[in-house]
Design a binder for this molecule. Structure first.
Ligand code: NAD
Length: 300
């Protein structure tokens, strides 16, 4: 069997188009422009790339984009004052503090200072609790993107068995909650799981969010299963020339594609969905703040 390749680039473009249409309607019919504020503290090069890309895509869908770039030695009090200011700003519907923060800043404290209704990353403890109890919440972007891809491929996920490899707060745990919300039978595997191969082999859906290059080989995958590869790992690529590198996922794409029914590539799978879902969350937050109908298909 050769798996269907789930194209996250194409799907993310469709999500962005849907967001753009909704933004246009909000502007035309309600004179409201959704606004997203991104706060970056310090000079982390990867974070700078993400923030630039988020700002560019925010503008492309017609939303207002505000960037706050703060020095690496910004105090907690200064950062909290900025968040309080953004919480009170009616033109801002989504606030994202780019992680990781420099070591002297308490990430939990900072994230929990964001108004939960504007917490478009879905990391505020209130949103974590709402998601865990099956209530309306802001949902973390990467797991939301994975859910959209799975729903698109399967239609209903009800009754399927799913294994999420990884138990982080930003991917693994919310992913498991979302799959449970769609009535999957969910197992969360992690670094201490025994007989991981046998656990994975039971699953109709495998979501790998570990950060270990190509650790899941094809013979772990149940024939016909869907494989969603969240991992992003850089490895050496001597075939491209001396010193060259390339990105790979947590799953060994070539062998998994022989067994799986569907699989996301890395790059070009889950990755593009993350920012698309950030934009979706911002438009959802804007609609909720204004008591308007939310766009269908852009939330969990
Ligand atoms: P993390 O380091 O916080 O968590 C990794 C998890 O993997 C842990 O829960 C750990 O228990 C588990 N783990 C480690 N070794 C294991 C092993 N040998 N067997 C089974 N489980 C093991 O990482 P994270 O933030 O959840 O990110 C995971 C990966 O997803 C990374 O590669 C990251 O770059 C990527 N990621 C991608 C996106 C995206 O937009 N596509 C977003 C977030 C994270």
């Amino acid at each position: 069997m050769t798996a269907t390749r789930i194209d996250g680039k194409v799907f993310a473009a469709q999500v962005r188009e849907q967001v753009a249409r909704h933004v246009a309607t909000l502007k035309d019919q309600h004179a409201i422009t959704p606004g997203l504020a991104v706060v970056l503290v310090g000079e982390d090069p990867a974070s700078q790339v993400y923030v630039r890309s988020k700002g560019k895509q925010t503008v492309e869908v017609g939303m207002k984009s505000v960037e706050h770039r703060l020095d690496a030695d910004t105090s907690e009090a200064e950062l909290l004052a900025l968040i309080a200011h953004l919480n009170a700003d009616d033109s801002i519907h989504g606030i994202l503090v780019q992680l990781p923060l420099p070591g002297h800043l308490n990430e939990d404290l900072v994230i929990n200072a964001i108004d939960p209704a504007k917490d478009v990353d879905g990391f505020h403890i209130s949103n974590v609790g709402l998601l865990g109890t099956g209530q309306k919440s802001m949902v973390p972007c990467t797991p939301l993107g994975c859910l959209m891809l799975l729903r698109d491929h399967h239609g209903s996920l009800s009754g399927l068995s799913a294994v999420v490899i990884g138990r982080s707060n930003i991917v693994g745990k919310p992913m498991a909650q979302l799959l449970l919300g769609d009535s999957c039978t969910v197992t969360i595997a992690h670094s201490r799981t025994r007989d991981l191969r046998d656990v994975v082999r039971q699953a109709d859906i495998v979501v790998a969010a570990v950060g270990r290059a190509q650790m899941v080989p094809g013979d772990w995958i149940k024939p016909g299963a869907s494989v969603i590869d969240v991992g992003i790992n850089r490895i050496e690529a001597p075939e491209k020339g001396a010193g060259k590198t390339r990105l790979v996922g947590d799953c060994d794409y070539d062998s998994c594609a022989q067994t799986a029914g569907a699989i996301t590539p890395v790059p070009g799978g889950v990755g593009p969905m993350t920012i698309a879902c950030l934009l979706a969350n911002t438009v959802t937050a804007c609609c909720r703040a204004n008591g308007l109908d939310e766009p269908k298909g852009l939330t969990a």
